[in-house]
Write a protein that binds this ligand. Sequence first.
Ligand code: DX5
Ligand code: ZN
Length: 229
Amino acid sequence: TATAKIAPSMLSSDFANLASEAHRMCQCGADWLHMDIMGHFKVELGSIGHFVPNLTIGAPVIESLRKHTEIFMDCHLMVTNPLDYVEPLGKAGASGFTFHYEAAKDNWQELILKIKEKGMKPAVAVKPGTPVEEIYPLVESENPVEMVLVMTVEPGFGGQKFMPEMMDKVRTLRKKYPSLDIEVDGGLGISTIDTAASAGANCIVAGSSVFGAPEPAHVISSMRKSVEE
Ligand code: DX5
Ligand code: ZN
């Protein structure tokens, strides 16, 4: 079965002190750092399309941070054109590359291959409105994704409320794929971890609950305990 990975979301960190925030999270017991990459704007037929209404970090920041830490950087791409980011993020030292299925319906096969070619762990994310059945082919393909991220908020911002109704997706995936890494992202913390862990999630992203806590180490260890139980 899948082991617990606790991934503080750096979106809630002090961006002006990213290296020290990363070190602090490592000392607090983080397995991964979750890096939210959002907001590539692509001009389509005169209108401006974007995946989420926010703008965060990109490959240059990952590259800078990589010089300060060897931890697994779990990159979550909330962009309309994930393929464009594979090469730059691979070069920058990203460890995991999670693209959104909604932005890769036509090219996920090529995307997974390129991600693997660059030595990163390929994963697919689904927004709350996307049925989980749609990503079965990505898990079952010859070159499969190695993790599925079930969004438990609408992507875009930290600090939103956990959507327990997404646990049906997690339960369905866990039943179908006993050893698959299943990640949840959005609103996870001490009060919601048991719901997510008992549904079968093993990779836990948590931003505001970790960075907002007086003792982040305590939040991380409690979440780990819940997943391992
Ligand atoms: C939201 C991001 C999350 C966010 C989670 O679009 O994908 O990773 O940082 O933040 P919390 O844990 O505060 O909901
Ligand atoms: Zn995220």
